[in-house]
Write a protein of this length. Structure first.
Length: 75
């Protein structure tokens, strides 16, 4: 039984290992609930005429449209 718990724990930690190793490429400011929040950006991509940021917390490392941010240091 202990072996199964240890294996499950190791597997759950390995799912987040790629996120912890990434360094942000820039930062952006988002207005969240009326308060400005600094968000780390881990990637920038352009699709057609829109720019998206791979945003960390509180966006859960998802691709988010640039228009969701009030300012950024990304190019």
């Amino acid at each position: 039984m202990k072996k199964i718990i240890v294996i499950a724990f190791v597997i759950s930690l390995s799912g987040c290992s790629g996120i912890a190793k990434q360094n942000p490429v820039c930062t952006a400011t988002a207005d969240i609930g009326g308060a400005e929040s600094e968000v780390n950006i881990y990637g920038v991509r352009k699709i057609s005429n829109r720019t998206e940021f791979k945003a960390g917390y509180p966006f859960n490392w998802r691709w988010v449209n640039k228009s969701n941010f009030t300012s950024s240091t990304c190019e």
